[in-house]
Design a protein around this ligand. Structure first.
Ligand code: FES
Length: 102
């Protein structure tokens, strides 16, 4: 699917194979708004994204580790906050918003 990463300075859209973690896709394509310091282990919170409010069902439920890490994000946590390393790309197009800071 096509995944659009919406950053304060504009949108970038990538073709991401289903199942690829969104953090990985973003880092591989040098999307600045995603850092992914811990390599995808839900231990750094530098891959924070906001997913669409109706997209919760597209992704695996949040683990306890992810939930705890989301309390340590640089930008405000919202109800739609997720760690993108824990989000395999769904089979359809998607837009995620990047926070101001990681
Ligand atoms: Fe570290 Fe996602 S890459 S929490």
């Amino acid at each position: 699917p096509k995944v659009t990463f919406r950053a304060p300075d504009g949108d970038r859209t990538l073709d991401v194979p289903p199942g690829t973690p969104l953090m990985q896709a973003a880092v591989d394509d040098a999307i600045d708004g995603i850092v992914g310091e811990c390599g995808g282990n839900a231990m750094c919170a530098t891959c924070h994204v906001y997913v669409p409010a109706d997209a919760a069902d597209d992704f695996p439920p949040m683990s306890e580790a992810e939930d705890e890490m989301l309390n340590c994000t640089a930008s405000e946590r919202r109800p739609t906050s997720r760690l993108s390393c824990q989000l395999p790309a769904p089979v359809h197009d998607l837009l995620v918003e990047l926070p101001d800071e990681q």
